[in-house]
Design a protein around this ligand. Sequence first.
Ligand code: CO
Length: 324
Amino acid sequence: MGIIDVHTHFVPNGWPDLGDGLPWLRPETEREAMIMIGSTEFRRVQEDAWNADVRLADMDADGVEKQVVSPTPVFFSYDRDPGEAEKISRIFNDLALEICSPASDRLVPFCQVPLQDTDAACRELERAISSGHRGVEIGNHVGDRDLDDAGIVTFLQHAASLNVPVFVHPWDMGESPRLNRWMARWLSGMPAETHLSIISLILGGVLDRVSSDLRICFAHGGGSFAFWLGRFENAWHRRPDLIATSEHPPSHYVDRLSVDSVVFTPTALRTLVDTLGASQVMVGSDYPYPLGERPVANVVHRAGFLSDGDRDAILRSNALRFLG
Ligand code: CO
């Protein structure tokens, strides 16, 4: 009865040449490769990105029973032609099933979809779920379209109607020389992107319209959202720009959202638990990437303020509910 980790990623170690400008993998050694975008080195990955045995050994070491295995966002391809993006989704989704197949009771695959085209996204979601995927990971925006975009809302409603959990991951953190230093896109861009997505979900009235069956989880503790909910709430009550955007004040909706626990300090975890409720937090690690947490769930184990019941919920039972 171990931990369930809802935030991990995979990279397959072999995929066909997908064409100009799309990521490709440059083998470095048998156990290491470089994700390339054109001639630019994007990220060095090790075999834990694709080798089930390595992943299972790491899971055993950290007491993880199951992990959700999601795409690495650089492959979403939302800026490509929809037909091309649908083909890429199919290839990566099928490779994910191969990676997870040696331990299908422990490695839980989440698919990607061509979210720029609602019909294609719904089609690939259905295909992937019927072939063994258990949920979907989406990027937090498609270009300038946020989560309140009509097409994305239709997709979310479709996922809810199929009883498919949705994991939202920040990606595409903008272009500016100011972001080119110090991993700024990861350190400040990702939490801000996720915060903006939750704002769009609430103020765009999505949670008023979409079925409460929608199970949606945001990566990295929901970014900056929990810390700034008070500012958001104040604005909703006092700024005319926000009046009548959502039926209720932002705090009304917190139990419609889940977040993962990869926030590293008990103080930050406490903010999540106090703001959203212990029922809305699940273990995430961002495995196998270096910005992730090892051992998995370390912050949950260190959080002395948690009751035994809340700790068990965060380590496991909330994720069982999320996964359905
Ligand atoms: Co991640």
